[in-house]
Design a protein around this ligand. Sequence first.
Ligand code: NAD
Length: 351
Amino acid sequence: MLKQMENAGLTDLHFGLDPATGLRAIIAIHSTARGAAIGGCRFIHYAREQDAITDALRLARGMSYKAALAGLPHGGGKAVVIQPEGDFDRTALMQAFGRFVDQLGGRYITAMDSGTEVDDMDTIASSTRYVSCTSASGDPSPHTALGVFEGIKSAVQHRLTRSTLQGLTVSIQGLGHVGHALAAHLHSAGARLIVTDIDPARVRRCVEEFGAEAVDADAIYDVEADIFSPCGLGATLNADTIPRLRCSIVAGCANNQLATDDDGNRLQARGILYAPDYVINAGGLIHVALHHAGQDGAHRDAKIREIGTTLAHLFSEAERSGQSVHHVADLHAETLLKAAVSESAQERHHA
Ligand code: NAD
């Protein structure tokens, strides 16, 4: 287990057990060097306990990278609550999870992830204040969409040397919470939209509201567009789809867009500029983290707009060094984390 933690770069791993409610939970903390670890809580069924531990270990580092590049005073962590077999009392279970989070005294702040809802976060809030994404903070999706919009503008400036989106074509895959809000921003900025979703009602809405052109789900990879924006599932950029793309920029909100690390290099080899997913989709995290810290409104929006500046820096560095943008992003995040670790070591030394 310690070897697994070392490979995942974690500082600590916590197990919580509450037989009365059926709670079996894991909290993996990757880093607190920049501040309390923040990251979602998964609540799904796992065939094996080890799979749940692996999930928490695997996802915590990504949260540190995301928070660091978003300029937030947070490290990354991830929680997993294993869904009990048979009947269980969800409220009692989430309260028990809240007590588990609380015992860590603020080293970890939980949030929503696969299988958890705003209602769960409200329940958790009755046991701990180290919880975000409650109903008081509201849906993060519009904030994620704003960040993606800023990221697209930054990519367009870098690759197409254009300061506006007027007349450009954006193809959007997935018109859910974020995809629809992004479509609204793009339409207002004068972009032409080509859209798809497996839910026909969502497609119809975009056609009616924004005059978008609709295509079948699989056809989205083949349409000619300046920007392709994956806003549905993960792993849609892979060895099969990348050769089909007819765009110069990929920039969307979906998590884990690259099926493998090689796919980032594949995009680069095709001359397609890729905005790393965890950088461009950080608007929602910025919103929930700042709301938790009691900072909303203008300060938050300015921080979300910085996503565009961060991406501009990463694009330039990738071009200068000849590396793919997703590698440059990872290296930059690691540098920020290392700097925070050595700063806290120095503070301990002087204390
Ligand atoms: P959502 O569930 O509201 O929307 C996803 C949409 O994608 C749905 O309309 C769904 O029908 C569609 N879809 C699924 N499979 C598809 C396919 N094969 N082709 C076309 N469309 C398909 O989710 P969301 O909140 O809008 O998030 C979208 C993505 O962004 C997810 O990967 C999510 O993890 C990521 N993300 C979301 C946020 C946020 O604030 N909501 C923040 C960061 C990352």
